[in-house]
Design a protein around this ligand. Sequence first.
Ligand code: ZN
Length: 226
Amino acid sequence: MSQLRSELPVVPEKMKHLPVDERGYPVPWFVAWLNEDGRELRSGLGKPDFRIMRARARAEAYTQRRCWVCGGHLEVEMAFTAGAMCAVNRTLAEPPSHRECAEFSAKACPFLTRPHAKRREAGMPSETAEQPGHALLRNPGVAAVWICRSYRPFEDGRGGVLFEMGDPVEVLWFREGRPATRAEVARSIETGLPSLEALLPEGEERQQAEAELKGLVDQAMELAPA
Ligand SMILES: [Zn+2]
């Protein structure tokens, strides 16, 4: 097993059983392990690819109430690690985690913590590249840890399932591993907005949809740091 990277935040007790990859990151429970042809193997065999979730991970997490990061059982309170736009529409493709596991991810995930890092799409096995809903592939810039007591799955209208986060008990915001400022949250929402606006319906429904989206942005900003 590899050594943990020295710059990582303290690994929560619940995550200490996770394997560590060759770069020194703990491998989350949901991550698919692949052979050289990109075929999924049993976890622990082959190589983990952090961009890809195990085929059964979402269903198992939801039906068995497991933490997305450590695989342990969830308690009453749960936490989503969400990009700014997911905090606006309260919708995301990944189920929740323990609070400490979500916080660790928000601080340590290279994609979430380095806004200038491009999301690597190269070498994505084609059958796993398609995610349900309209996953926004831009780098989120800030990461929200959305702590709540409920969530629900819903069909995305394209044959996939997404999750709607329940009303938050608390929302923590991070950027590059430290607490994000209000201005950074606002900027991340502002720059991500065109990607949500592009999904709005055309025609007479558009005006109402735009007003709803504006309401959601205002709600998200109420949850941003003061
Ligand atoms: Zn956990």
